[in-house]
Design a protein around this ligand. Structure first.
Ligand code: T4K
Length: 372
């Protein structure tokens, strides 16, 4: 396929200039420290703590292993309340820890776990809540915090989409007991594959660092059934370089967001996701919702875009609760995720990434505006 025939993807990785990566590679080749807490790994942890304004961070090989490790680090067991409207890694991390997910519906505006519905899902087996800041929009962190305190529950935020997001000027990663990031290629900030856990104190970080290194505390002592979750030096180097361009990348995303909102505002039956004043977005996704007044169904619009070389995505459809390993769970037998079902049936995420050209943005808009 020639460059011209390449589809417009929902996202493309943000890559720093290749020539600027070479000195980092030379350094790795010179010192031959490829992984297991090398110098770039250390530098990236420090740089991310500064940028994200968080006390402690542990880098991981990807966000999923970080989620699995976060649950293990807090000794979470039994049942965990979570959202069906997410990428499947969120709830898979629970199953990998032999924890039963209890799915609670989402709020129709934020699309995050609805705090008003959490209480009724708590049982004697509940030990934690795992909300997701979907599309980077902050959860109702104060309300969730209150419920958790009242019921002695841990809170682990899946913050895979929320790199650099702020809520009332406070970094969103500072809420809950732990927050987990993904640095996958498709994310606002990427290290090819990667992830991280944000911890509130040194002791927790130290324990998480043991867990991600097989449980070793020194050369001869293993204190936990740890895993291999370590980020390698290449990924850490990419991250360090990436960080130099992150503000510019977010600004470019913002400009695309503004253009889409303007271009779609008068299209009957197309609704954009809310953009609250009180939080600072990272513009990681651009979901739209296809409603009755639009002449095409969601799936017809999705297919139309695809036929015209625009690979938009239906994140998050199907809902997690549709997948076979979740279908038998008691929490979904009671038909309690109606809002999430409705949102999943109507959503399309439009292409958004820093290098998306004006021409491509206009092409996306044109295909949505001129329907069918
Ligand atoms: N929690 C949440 C809430 C998450 O959204 C995710 C991941 C996780 C946890 C787990 O974090 P990680 O373990 O992944 O670090 C993608 C990503 O693989 C996944 O990371 C992400 N969420 C999810 C929302 O999206 P797919 O299956 O849609 O990816 P894929 O390969 O179809 O890529 C989407 C588009 O991106 C492609 O059409 C083309 C473009 N692309 C992709 C890759 C990988 C590129 O241009 N270059 C690339 O290298 O899951």
């Amino acid at each position: 396929m020639t460059q011209k025939e390449k589809p417009i993807y929902v996202t493309e990785p943000n890559l720093p200039p290749l020539d600027e990566l070479i000195p980092y590679l030379e350094q790795i080749w010179k010192n031959k420290h490829l992984t297991n807490g090398g110098p770039f790994h250390q530098q990236l942890e420090d740089a991310l703590c500064d940028y994200l304004d968080v006390p402690y961070i542990s880098l991981f090989t990807n966000g999923t292993i970080a989620l699995i490790t976060a649950l293990k680090a807090l000794g979470v067991s039994g049942e965990v309340i979570t959202t069906p409207y997410s990428f499947v890694a969120t709830s898979h991390s629970l199953l990998w820890n032999d924890i039963t997910p209890v799915f609670v519906d989402i709020d129709p505006v934020t699309l995050n776990l609805d705090p008003d519905k959490i209480d009724e899902a708590i049982t004697s087996r509940t030990t934690a809540i795992m909300p997701v800041h979907v599309y980077g929009q902050p959860c109702e962190v104060e309300a969730i915090d209150k419920i958790a305190k009242q019921n002695n529950l841990k809170v682990i935020y899946d913050a895979a989409h929320a790199f650099g997001v702020k809520n009332h000027d406070v970094g969103i990663l500072n809420y809950g007991d732990l927050s987990v990031l993904s640095f996958h290629a498709t994310k606002v900030f990427n290290t090819f594959e990667g992830g991280a856990i944000v911890s509130p104190d040194e002791e927790t970080k130290y324990y998480i660092d043991q867990l991600k290194n097989f449980g070793f505390v020194n050369e001869t002592t293993v204190v936990e059934t740890g895993i291999n979750g370590k980020m390698n030096e290449f990924s850490a180097a990419v991250g360090l370089l990436q960080l130099q361009y992150i503000d510019e990348a977010i600004e470019k995303r913002k400009a695309i967001d503004v253009t889409y909102r303007e271009g779609l505002k008068n299209i009957a039956g197309i609704r954009c996701h809310s953009q609250a004043e009180k939080w600072q977005s990272n513009y990681s996704y651009f979901p739209i919702f296809v409603e009755d007044k639009y002449p095409l169904s969601r799936d017809d619009l999705y297919e139309k875009l695809k036929t015209n070389g625009i690979n938009a995505r239906r994140y998050f459809y199907p809902l997690i609760t549709e997948f076979p390993m979740y279908q038998e769970l008691a929490s979904i037998q009671v038909n309690n995720v109606k809002v999430a079902e409705d949102v999943a049936a109507n959503v399309i995420c439009l292409p958004i990434y820093p290098e998306l050209s004006k021409q491509d943005i206009l092409s996306v808009l044109e295909h949505i505006c001129v329907a069918p």
